[in-house]
Structures are given as structure tokens and as C-alpha cells.
Design a protein around this ligand. Structure first.
Ligand SMILES: [Zn+2]
Length: 304
């Protein structure tokens, strides 16, 4: 199953790198000329992966053998962006066998016309028996896919076709800013669209009848999560929409209020830690170029 997501991730990530959308803060990537004139050398990557994997197996091989002996029973199923800097399993230090990949693509978009994505969802729902199951749709700040919505008409048709399912999020935020005469920074606007897009994708997820009935019967929960790629922090809620009084409007816009019951407690806890909202505090610093690019799963696999 993971191979499908990885293939989509590779295809779309390649397209985004070519388009320059994958760079920090949406800036153009440099060094394409070098990439064209110098032959690719996969052996460098093999050496890097081999060394990393030897270390990984030394640290975590035992946990993997344990999971293998029991079979996988993933409680979570995850949709996240293809961005190389965010990964729920890594950032939440989840153990192997805990999170199943619904899909990975630019903008964490749930396109129910994609057979592979729907097959992943149905397979998890019908054939895997994790306890206390939840579906996570994770967006991230600094998302090149979301920034791409601002140059929609210039995108390659393949990318535009993919990202069209995120357009309702941008339209919702722009309408709200206009109607309420809210004057926010470009960064805040971006964060609002990232968060609204998670809700828009949850709407798409809930259009799958089997998912909807599992949620209605309380066999399944649905969770919006936001990753901050500047810090690696995860938000279990949508803080920018909430802080600007738009969260309930966004849920209503996408018709998903009743399916997000129980999310308030998590959000409130997270927001309580943030303290009262002061707009000048929430400006995001320039994106860090130092965030580790690897997706090596960290040392949290040891069970307590
Ligand atoms: Zn992204």
C-alpha cells in the first residue's frame, strides 16, 4: 500500500520541484542547471540509506520483529502532504504498525476519484483491526501546494487538476477576509488556507459512504492536524481559524461540524498553551532551512 502513496509522492514532488513550489516559503529552487549537466549518482543515496538503515535496525529491529509477529493493527490512517519536511509518524514519534498511509500528495488532497486512495481507506476500514481508530488529515504551514493556489492559472495542467480540490479553502478564506474586513499578514492568510484546506479534505473524506457511516456509528473519529515545519510542532486543531473566529464558519462551510465532535477539548488544550491571541506574535519567522530533510523515524519506538 505504501508504494502507491510513495509513487504519487515522487511524481508530484518532482513536478513541484520543477515548478519551484517546493522551496522554502515558495521561493524558486536553485541549482537546476547543475542537476541537468551532472549525471545523477544514486550510489551516494544508497550509501546514505545503507548507513542510516544499519543504525535504525540496530536501534529498532526488536520493535519491528515484535510488530511483525503480531501483524499490523494500525489505529490511525493518515493523509499528509508530500513535503519532505513533514511526516506525522516522525513528528509524533509513532511506533511501527500504528499509522497506516491513506495517501501522500501535494496539499494533502483527498480525491475520491483516485482508486488507489479510496482502496487504501476501504482496506484499512474493512481489513485492519486497530483499536480506537481515527483518520488524520494533516496539513502544514509553508505548504507549496497551497501557495500554488495563488498562481493557479500558471500551473501545469496536471498540477492544476490535482490542486483544484483545494481551491474551496482559498475561496472560503478570501470571502471571510473580505466580508469581515480582516486585515491579516500574508503568512496568517496562508495559515488560514492551510487549515481550511484540511476541513475541505475532511469533507471529501466524509463523502465516502463507508467512512461516513463508521464515523456516525462512532467506530471511527476524524481529526484535523497541522504541522509547523519551522518547529516540527503539531497542532491538534486549527489555531489560526480559531483565533480569528472563523473555525465554526469553516466547519459549516464544508458541512462537517457534526463529524468533528470531541475535537474541541484537544484544541482548547493546545490554544490554552498558546495564550491569548496577539496578532503580532503569530507572524511566522522565515522558514528554517535547517530542518532535517530525512524521514528517519526517531527513537520513540521503545515501549514504555
Ligand atoms: Zn505541502
Amino acid at each position: 500500500m505504501g508504494k502507491v502513496g510513495k509513487a504519487i509522492r515522487a511524481t508530484i514532488a518532482a513536478a513541484f520541484i520543477l515548478h519551484g513550489l517546493a522551496g522554502p516559503a515558495g521561493t524558486q529552487e536553485h541549482g537546476h542547471d547543475d542537476a541537468v549537466t551532472q549525471p545523477a549518482t544514486p550510489s551516494v543515496h544508497v550509501e546514505k540509506m545503507k548507513a542510516g538503515n544499519e543504525n535504525f535496525v540496530r536501534l529498532h529491529g526488536r520493535e519491528y520483529r515484535l510488530v511483525h509477529s503480531k501483524g499490523q493493527q494500525p489505529s490511525l490512517i493518515v493523509m499528509q502532504c508530500a513535503d519532505s519536511r513533514d511526516d506525522l509518524v516522525t513528528q509524533a514519534q509513532l511506533p511501527p504498525g500504528y499509522a497506516f498511509e491513506m495517501g501522500v500528495n501535494a496539499g494533502n488532497i483527498i480525491n475520491t476519484e483516485e482508486a488507489s486512495l479510496v482502496a487504501n481507506i476501504i482496506y484499512h476500514l474493512k481489513h485492519l483491526k486497530g483499536q480506537n481508530r481515527a483518520y488524520v488529515v494533516m496539513g502544514h504551514y509553508g505548504c507549496g501546494g497551497i501557495k500554488g493556489l495563488d498562481e493557479w492559472e500558471h500551473l501545469e495542467p496536471e498540477i492544476a487538476k490535482h490542486l483544484r480540490l483545494a481551491l474551496p479553502a482559498k475561496e472560503f478564506v478570501e470571502k471571510q477576509l473580505r466580508n469581515r474586513r480582516l486585515n491579516v499578514s500574508e503568512e496568517t492568510r496562508h495559515r488560514m488556507i492551510v487549515e481550511a484546506n484540511v476541513l475541505a479534505q475532511i469533507r471529501n473524506l466524509m463523502s465516502i459512504q463507508q467512512v461516513r457511516s463508521a464515523v456516525e456509528q462512532r467506530h471511527l473519529a476524524v481529526m484535523p492536524v497541522i504541522s509547523d515545519i519551522n518547529t516540527g510542532e503539531l497542532h491538534f486543531g486549527l489555531p489560526t481559524l480559531q483565533q480569528h473566529g472563523l473555525l465554526e464558519h469553516a466547519k459549516a462551510e464544508f458541512g462537517i461540524q457534526k463529524w468533528l465532535q470531541g475535537q474541541h477539548r484537544l484544541q482548547d488544550q493546545q490554544l490554552a498553551r498558546l495564550g491569548p491571541f496577539r496578532p503580532q506574535d503569530r507572524r511566522m519567522p522565515a522558514e528554517s532551512r535547517n530542518f532535517p530533510k530525512t524521514r528517519v523515524r526517531p527513537t520513540a519506538f521503545r515501549r514504555k
